[in-house]
Design a protein around this ligand. Structure first.
Ligand code: UTP
Length: 222
């Protein structure tokens, strides 16, 4: 199978060296049988830098560029944990595809303003004809409402890409935004029809369960 991960920066950047090594080892293990690509998110550093730049009056696309830089920093950490054989963080899908002939696990970060790394992962998944996309993030699935502020929120076991698009369109597209996926990612998932799962990334076993289908997160399927 070809699997593309969107690995939340909040999951990865909070890890010490041993934690990073565990994620890298699990990804390498999965890559024994599958072609693996990982798009790393910005997490806390992205939010921190964006917050300060916004307070200083920066426009949203400049804030996005800061966020992209943070995703690329996090990507470099994962590349280090994977053994440092990938020459650089790809700045295009073409470069990511080229790197697949050099390393077992290809890592990349963000690319352009106006989206998040979920969109990068969805476009990469489309480009490489992935069988599965796994969004490993800081929540254990897609909820009907924000579970942190709404006690009636419940987890959605399975939903269609069209439903995901409706949900994503209702959330704010702002640098550092905290929605399950951004609208561009949702539209790409819809048009490509790639079976996607949203799982909690803090549990490393979800990296495998996410594509094997034994997870307790949300499945997005046509
Ligand atoms: P992400 O939103 O993708 O990482 O990028 P994340 O969501 O912080 O990771 P988790 O899941 O919450 O841990 C951070 C910010 O970087 C910019 C956006 O501003 C985004 O909110 N970004 C990222 C882009 O503008 N373009 C990209 O291709 C990627």
């Amino acid at each position: 199978m070809i699997i593309v991960y969107s690995l939340g920066g909040s999951i990865l950047a909070g890890q010490d060296a041993a934690g990073l090594q565990s994620y890298a080892d699990e990804l390498k293990d999965i890559a024994r049988e599958h072609q693996v690509y990982v798009v790393v998110g910005g997490g806390r550093i992205a939010r921190d830098y964006i917050g300060r730049a916004r307070a200083l009056g920066s426009d949203e696309s400049f804030c996005d560029l800061l966020g992209i830089a943070a995703t690329r920093l996090n990507a470099m950490l994962l590349m280090a944990a994977l053994g440092g054989r990938q020459p650089e963080v790809p700045d295009s899908y073409a470069m990511a595809m080229e790197h697949a002939s050099l390393v077992d696990v290809v890592v990349m970060g963000g690319l352009y303003p106006g989206q998040t790394t979920d969109a990068v992962a969805a476009l990469l998944a489309e480009r490489v004809h992935a069988d599965r996309m796994v969004i490993a993030t800081s929540v254990d699935g897609v909820y009907t409402a924000d579970p942190e502020t709404d006690s009636s929120a419940r987890k959605i076991e399975s939903m269609s890409p069209a439903e995901l698009v409706r949900m994503a369109m209702d959330t704010e597209l702002k640098a550092g935004s905290r929605s399950p996926v951004d609208p561009i990612a949702a539209k790409i998932i819809e048009r490509s029809g790639i079976t996607t799962t949203v799982v909690h990334g803090q549990d490393i076993s979800n990296l495998r369960k996410g594509f094997e289908g034994t997870h307790t997160g949300t499945k997005i399927v046509r």
